[in-house]
Design a protein around this ligand. Structure first.
Ligand code: SF4
Ligand code: SF4
Length: 429
């Protein structure tokens, strides 16, 4: 199949675009560049020109599509209801097909994607980064001015090494000490259990404290979002089928997701299958069973948090939580329930932070431009804590906070809830 035929499959979405431009100010890459071809409208114009054979897309065209963070902020901004997610996914799959004509590209991409979705690889890296952080190698490099000798790209990658929070989360049963018999599954994903093991354990202990038994399945696999973002449709399908079968077999009432990108991918598994396929209906069943952690907590909270946290707190929502799952209020409302918290809204919080799955690695310069804008806005509100709802956002914004020498903390909304429920000082009354 050619790239033209991939876009042709979703041409109804292309022709829904009336070029009004309402999406422009929602698009982070347009906001930092001011260039039409770095906007949703510009990218759709290139897709339209491709299916109408006005252009044969080349590496320059690919660059504009590659710079899309796939945050999908253009979707809620669009009055014509263009499903941009379908468009960019089809386009990336077509681009991948063209690129795979180069054996080296195809081979390298497969290896990288397979590594990124392997738990052993993430855990091994987490261990190396943990040792690296413990030995304070980064500070040492700066002290002896080795950073001046290293190539720019290596320096940039070195700065992106994440802080590792605890040992990897293991699969298993985590029962509450109540007899509620309300069991949920918690999806681990690839990056989060290796890098943010302690944060995931806090989420489990919080759920247990609220009376829910938690099971983390051993046979879950990557949700497939890294593969689909990079146009590897075969791998995405394989992962989706495995997860659909394993999660539907489990007797738990819900599958909870604490990573917004994974939640969107799982809730949209039906997009991957033909309506006649048995997996299409199974995917819809799984969608009904799947809930983001904040959606679940907000709707099933048996009692409110009581521990005081006297701090100024803000929140950067994950794009895939607000733009695709439309989960906007629950994390903020949960934060506002915590006694003592002064909640401050982050300006332009609906705009992406530049994390975008593997975007900060594949497009480091653009990711940095988007992050710098976010940091300027965060500085202006003087908050003690910035909360997030997705691991990619946490890693990206932690990096931004360190680079900008801001003294604020960054944590998940669930971390703060855990602190209030399980650690916070109780109110007198
Ligand atoms: S808002 Fe929708 S219709 Fe208008 S230019 Fe953007 S994608 Fe096209
Ligand atoms: S998905 Fe995000 S980065 Fe891509 S065009 Fe839409 S708003 Fe812009």
């Amino acid at each position: 199949m050619t790239i033209k035929s991939y876009i042709d499959n979703v041409k109804d979405e292309v022709y829904k675009c009336v070029h009004c431009g309402f999406c422009l100010t929602a698009c982070p890459t347009y906001l930092v560049s001011g260039q039409e071809l770095e906007s949703p409208r510009g990218r759709i114009t290139l897709m339209k020109a491709t299916i109408e054979s006005e252009i044969i897309p080349d590496s320059n065209t690919f660059a504009h599509w590659d710079r899309c963070i796939q945050c999908r902020a253009c979707e809620p901004a669009c009055p014509s209801g263009v499903n941009y997610g379908l468009l960019i996914e089809a386009t990336k799959t077509g681009m991948n097909e063209v690129r795979s004509e180069s054996f080296i590209y195809r081979y390298n991409l497969k290896i990288i994607l397979n590594l990124l979705i392997s738990k052993w690889f993430v855990n091994l890296n987490a261990l190396i980064f943990r040792i690296y952080n413990k030995l304070k190698i980064s500070q040492l490099i700066n002290k002896v001015k080795l950073n001046k000798l290293l190539p720019k790209k290596i320096n940039e990658l070195e700065k992106m090494i994440p802080i590792i929070n605890g040992f990897p989360l293991k699969s298993g049963n985590y029962p509450s000490d109540t007899n509620n018999n309300f069991k949920v599954m918690l999806f681990r994903g690839c990056v989060m259990p290796g890098i943010h093991g302690d944060n995931m354990r806090k989420t489990i202990y919080l759920l247990n404290h609220l009376g829910f038994d938690v099971e983390v399945l051993d046979n879950e696999v990557c949700c497939g979002s890294i593969s689909s973002h990079n146009g590897d449709s075969d791998m995405t399908l394989k992962l989706a089928k495995t997860n659909i079968d394993n999660f539907l077999q489990n007797e738990s009432k819900y599958l909870l997701i604490s990573s917004a990108g994974c939640g969107t991918r799982i809730k949209e598994y039906n997009h991957l299958f033909n309506k006649n396929s048995s997996y299409y209906n199974k995917a819809l069943l799984l969608k009904e069973k799947t809930m983001d952690i904040y959606e679940f907590l907000y709707n099933n909270l048996p009692f409110k948090p009581e521990g005081n946290i006297n701090l100024t707190v803000s929140y950067q929502p994950a794009c895939h939580l607000i733009n695709t799952q439309k989960i906007i209020d629950p994390p903020v409302e949960l934060l506002k329930m915590i006694p003592g918290i002064k909640y401050v809204e982050l300006p332009s919080s609906n705009i992406c932070c530049g994390a975008g799955g593997a975007y900060s690695i594949t497009q480091p310069e653009w990711s940095k431009k988007v992050l710098n804008k976010k940091m300027t806005e965060f500085k202006s509100i003087n908050a003690d804590i910035l909360t997030v709802s997705n691991p990619g956002c946490l890693i990206q914004l932690q990096n931004g906070i360190q680079e900008s020498s801001i003294s604020s903390d960054i944590m998940y909304v669930t971390d703060l809830l855990y602190n209030s429920y399980l650690k916070g000082e109780k109110n007198e009354s």
